[in-house]
Write a protein that binds this ligand. Structure first.
Ligand code: UT7
Length: 417
């Protein structure tokens, strides 16, 4: 509103802290996952580094992991998981308002992987961005998506955790290469008036531990060079023991904090879905929390650590196996590089819809083909625009001539003091 006296803008009074609209809840209405078809067992690894199935299984619980093939990338895995989630929810990609991809292994530094997924899925009306919080990224993404819905800004948000860590692994480093795997998992969040869905979450960070788990090069601080490649600085480096100590501490603290914040006692939480990094970390948290291990979902034996994808993949399997049922309270809890951590308390109220009819399947196939066509047409049009208006600025004016070899060398401006 414009204030007549001094021309300043009066902002509406902000709601009191915590006073979000009470009649909008972010419910999980669809979920899906995707992993590459290639499976690498511990014995396969023992053929390339000095390790053994016995060591990996006893120290981590991991037996095998899925590894991306030449045609897979974070965006392709994310697209497959996102599509599965939208199909289950029976939601048209054009009804999605926002695509969030949590990843620390994006296809490119930019554009965001979420934009590639938005285009591939045909979410024509959606905004899209990535969240970088490593293994805690899915919880961060869920929190953002939920707030978008609870504030009334958006109705349908697709949150995906997706990783292709195999491309950032030093396959000669036995201390790290045995731990990770590739994959993606997705949730569709949608606004509902009935209470439930994601009730609350807790996020945390401690950047002082950033170098405990890091890919040192490839950013602006250490761009790619002969030396960075020679010294393996584009691959993951980890102080395993430091991360282990941090993980066991924050997992339990974060579970306690989120349940207290939601006002849901731990004994009313049916299931805990922890980040799948190491079975020993999960067992230790269960002991400290005084909970039976039965209440924890563990599937790292078949997937390894898939970072931001590990929680949504574990949730998909828990629903499939009947371990997560309507009206269950479930805590999702993660930790990772940053260092970051996060937990969310979710009231799982989603009943999987009936199998889609043949007609519905056909309609959907058509919409995916349309998404592909739309993307190709837009790329084509951009090329035509370039040919037609190549030398003109968007406002119609002529662009300055390109500098040729005979031009004066460009003199940078003096920095302003
Ligand atoms: O999303 C977050 C990702 N990161 C994590 O969650 C990592 C958390 N940390 C861990 O899970 C554990 O610290 C590890 C699994 C990484 C390591 O387990 P550990 O029990 O802490 O082993 P360690 O690093 O103390 O190594 C023990 C021994 C060493 O040999 P020496 O010095 O005792 O002779 C290592 O060289 O095991 C050796 N070792 C291996 N041996 C066979 C390390 N990796 C391997 C291997 N195969 N893959």
């Amino acid at each position: 509103m414009l204030n007549g006296k001094n021309g300043s803008h009066e902002l509406p009074t902000p709601p009191a802290a915590g006073a979000l609209p009470t009649n909008r809840y972010a419910h999980v209405v669809g979920w899906g996952m995707s992993v590459p078809s290639r499976v690498m067992t511990n014995d396969d690894l023992a053929r390339i580094v000095d390790t053994s199935d016995e060591w990996i299984t006893s120290r981590t619980g991991i037996r095998e992991r899925h590894i991306a093939g030449p045609k897979d990338s974070t965006s392709t895995l994310a697209t497959q998981a996102g599509r599965a989630a939208l199909e289950l929810a029976d939601i048209d990609p054009n009804d999605v308002d926002l695509v969030i991809v949590a990843t620390c292994t994006p296809d490119h530094l930019f554009p965001a992987t979420a934009c590639l997924v938005q285009d591939a899925l045909g979410c024509g009306r959606a905004g899209a961005f990535d969240v970088s919080a490593a293994c805690s990224g899915f919880i961060y993404g869920l929190t953002l998506g939920t707030q978008m819905i609870r504030t009334g800004a958006m109705r349908t948000v697709l949150v995906i955790g997706a990783e292709t860590l195999s491309r950032f692994i030093n396959w000669k480093d036995r201390a790290t290469c045995v731990l990770f795997g590739d994959g993606a998992g997705a949730f569709v969040l949608q606004a509902r008036e009935t209470p439930g869905g994601l009730l609350t979450s807790v996020l945390g960070a401690d950047g002082s531990g950033g170098d405990s788990l890091i890919v040192p090069a490839g950013g602006c601080k250490l761009p790619a060079s002969f030396e960075t490649i020679r010294d393996n600085q584009h691959t993951l480096q980890m102080d395993g023991k430091a991360v282990y100590r941090f993980a066991t501490r924050v997992m339990t603290e974060s579970v306690r904090e989120v349940t207290a914040k939601a006002g849901v006692p731990l004994d009313q939480v049916q299931l805990i879905v922890p980040h799948q990094a190491n079975r020993r970390i999960i067992e230790s948290s269960a002991r400290t929390l005084g909970l039976s291990e039965e209440r924890f979902v563990v599937n790292l034996d078949r997937f390894g650590n898939t970072s931001a994808a590990s929680i949504p993949i574990a949730v998909c399997e828990a629903v499939r196996d009947g371990r997560l049922r309507p009206d269950d309270n479930v805590v999702l809890v993660a930790f990772g590089a940053g260092l970051t951590w996060g937990s969310a308390l979710l009231q799982w109220d989603a009943t999987p819809p009936a199998e889609p009819t043949g007609l519905a399947r056909f309609r959907r196939q058509l919409s995916y083909s349309f998404a592909g066509l739309r993307s190709t047409a837009r790329r084509g049009w951009r090329r035509v625009e370039g040919l037609l208006f190549g030398s003109q600025s968007p406002e119609g004016g002529q662009q300055p001539p390109k500098r040729g070899k005979t031009d004066e060398p460009h003199k940078p401006k003096e920095p302003v003091a």
